[in-house]
Design a binder for this molecule. Sequence first.
Ligand code: GDP
Ligand code: MG
Length: 166
Amino acid sequence: KSGFVAIVGRPNVGKSTFMNRIIKEQIAITSPKAQTTRNKIQGIYTDNERQIIFLDTPGIHKPHNDLDQYMDKAAISALKEVDAVLFMTEAGEQAGPGDKFIIEELKKVKAPVFLILNKIDLINPDEMAPQIDEYKDLMDFAEIIPISATNGNNVEDLIDSLTKAL
Ligand code: GDP
Ligand code: MG
């Protein structure tokens, strides 16, 4: 199985840490032309059954000016080309305005959106219950998966769930 997956989320939620943990091949695109494409390949996860290409989309954030608005449009249309989206946030934290803005945009995406609650190593599991209830009210996620990008907890399960969407 193979497919394209985009990771989105506010700064500092752990997107890069997650990518560095799972990707087995780092992709360095040096062509200036490649950098103008809407989706930049960030890395590929491969094993015997799977090849998952992770894409770094330009940031989605509340637009403050015309350029922002243009960037957001590019980010959203980039998400139309993927097989699945990982929306990452921090475990135990209620949704803030940045998260809610991204969720409104993700509702326009056809691909399944997985909610990833990262940094579970920092909290007690029961602290996630109110957060999960809140997020379920905000959007219909394909799955809600708690992980720790730093210690790898539940990351294999996430890859397995993602495989079903490819
Ligand atoms: P990004 O901005 O979403 O790419 O976030 P980064 O990957 O740069 O991570 C931001 C900070 O959170 C860094 O200091 C990471 O070490 C830390 N971090 C990322 N994932 C985890 C995690 O699972 N547990 C803990 N405790 N810290 C994490
Ligand atoms: Mg990063």
